[in-house]
Design a protein around this ligand. Sequence first.
Ligand code: XIL
Length: 317
Amino acid sequence: GLVIGAAVAGGGHHVSAGYPDPFPNDQAYRELLAGEFSSLTPENQLKWEFVHPARDEYRFGPADDIVSFAEEHGQAVRGHALLWHSQNPAWLADGEFSDEELRAILHEHITTVVGRYAGRIAQWDVANEIFGDDGAPRSENLWIARLGIGIVGDAFRWAHEADPAAVLFLNDYGIESRGPKADAYLSLAQQLLADGVPLGGLGVQGHLSMSYPQPSAVAENLARFAELGLAIAVTEADVRMPLDGAPTPTQLAQQSQWFADLVEACRATGRCTSFTVWGVGDHYSWVPSVFPDEGAATPWWEDFSRKPAYDGLFEAL
Ligand code: XIL
């Protein structure tokens, strides 16, 4: 009964790694996306730097193609992301705007982007990665730095006005286990609900690394989130590992277990609406570009044959 999703590669590191844009160009990849998944998330194509490259210019083509593809194949779409500290275009990040102008820019962006796909994008990550590891709002988030934390609630309200049917999410990483960051995330969710903000779901990214111990008591932590009565989703699951050559059978078995455990922790909340993997095929994973000595993070090898993690994941679903 769980919706299983995939990030659709394009833009971002894929381009800098020299791949032709995967989604429009790789037929085998498209077939895998169509055949294995019931939800798709544009990995980069709806981020500000791609969809809103100049103040007066939107570029919807790549996201339009994904949304149409999803509709053709009876798949849901998760929109990602509206208010984030990262992957903002230079015109915005380096622009000299008054607070009032910034607010208007965000309002216009959300109204335009969410409105374009109203009724077609089922869930939106409205606010992404608000907190640092210590549980304080990130100082590098330009929206919060300039407009205060209250802008998060406004972003949800504007998104809801633009598409009342979409389920609106907070989303973050490093909140799988209990800790200062997970606590801050939960408190923000509680505050938003108390303020009457149309928050509908809590996203847990699920970027795990086998260079560290497996996150502990994930089910207990997610159960706290679920007590708010919101949808719970694992939005960006991958399990990277330290590599010195090819992954070992032991590593592959552990990876498989970690994926399965994450599915189980989400399902145990009784409110888990979807489980999305961040990358199909290790060559299309963002991991090597960001974590130099780690990789092999997805359930598929580079030729799209299945790794042990595929079986672990799909048996758990
Ligand atoms: C990553 C993409 O996978 C890369 O292609 C891009 O170069 C950088 O961003 N958390 C998020 C995602 O919310 O948007 C990030 O995606 C991975 C971490």
